[in-house]
Design a binder for this molecule. Sequence first.
Ligand code: ATP
Ligand code: MN
Length: 467
Amino acid sequence: MSLKRTKIVDIFDASLVGQQVCVKGWVRTRRGNKNVQFVALNDGSTIKNIQIVVDLAKFSEEELKPITTGSSLCVEGLLVESEGKGQTCEIQAEKIQIYGTADPDSYPLQKKGHTMEFLRDIAHLRPRTNTFGAVFRIRHNMAIAIHRFFHERGFFYFHTPIITASDCEGAGQMFQVTTMNLYDLKKDENGSIRYDNDFFGKQASLTVSGQLEGELAATALGAIYTFGPTFRAENSNTPRHLAEFWMIEPEVAFNDIVDNMDLAEDFIKYCVKWALDNCYDDVKFLNDMFDKELIARLEGVLKQDFVRLTYTEGIKILEEAVAGGHKFEFPVYWGVDLASEHERFLVEEHFKRPVILTDYPKEIKAFYMKQNEDGKTVRAMDVLFPKIGEIIGGSEREESYDKLINRIEELNIPMKDMWWYLETRKFGTVPHSGFGLGFERLLLFVTGMSNIRDVIPFPRTPNNAEF
Ligand code: ATP
Ligand code: MN
């Protein structure tokens, strides 16, 4: 075996036809008869397999026996145009080296048509399926698109800490980080756990959001984004929540809520266009296998302006729907935190395109959001998407020190560890805005998958941290 390997993604280049080539990969299927065998080989570089044609005049049955689904090979031979339908070229095998076998009695990915639940139980092997190969190639491409989008616009990629000692973000329940001996916890006279001997000398957790540190950076570098893991110990077993997920959080000095909406809309459209332009084979595969409207939905998002309306107007539409006989599981009234069924009604049934809802009641939003003059609402914005509901949550931030402090006191938020955050408002405060996009929610949309566990390689959810 001396030829240089060609990746399968590059083998369909017409200029290679007629040449000796070498490919390496895993066997997807093998079929044939006494004279000729056909092996479909995949190396993960593309959804496409290359067909290896094995002439039994050149190879003995004994040699071919270990070539079963899941085994790994190196093949050299002549690349020729294919006569069979469905592929442009194939390789007439001259040399075959078997790297590793995969016993048909124990290799679990024999046939197609496994359920997604079954594949989740074998998350260590599911990247070898067509579906998960496609999803994870798209996942990579979306990460690249995100960095390019911000880089092209002069944003700086800013790294915020994963371990944090501030617990007032309020975005969700936090996972604690400790090196204390849990069998021998020291308590004070009130029965509270003493953290002074813990690793950080105080209670520490995994971050639920990089926003607060992102604001420090935005009020210095002007425009930044974070892109990293976040952790929420929310015990919500839904198809849209993970305990560990990746979030993208741009934060921009001098942007108001309208700039923030423009940024969010441009950003999502850029990512969706990137998927169609750079991952068409994979998107098309998912469209044909799972969700026949996927491509139409992606193209639809690119063509349409997102609807922008206030929470109050949104509630009115939902109340009218209820009055007209529409049944929701959860009640609708001004002040309620919208459930995903409400969000999806606005998007899928009422407007039939993405919606940006703004000016939510302050009671259901975080303390740092800019307060409106009405005294009731804050300058929040959620971007709502078909099939997903909330894909982005953001706001213009309260830049007034006094208003921010008042709100913090009203809510009884423990701010003693947060003095550094308040200093952004003390020293050279400016209007600024930002938002958080859940990376896996974006992937749900772009891949058409229906469960968030199927767009991250190794999902972390209640009672599940295998692999
Ligand atoms: P939801 O109401 O859907 O639980 P949230 O309002 O708690 O979300 P934010 O705190 O606004 O979410 O977080 C910003 C974004 O992060 C959300 O718009 C969503 O895309 C994503 N996100 C939030 N929680 C999760 C989660 N548990 N798993 C995956 N993505 C999430
Ligand atoms: Mn939100």
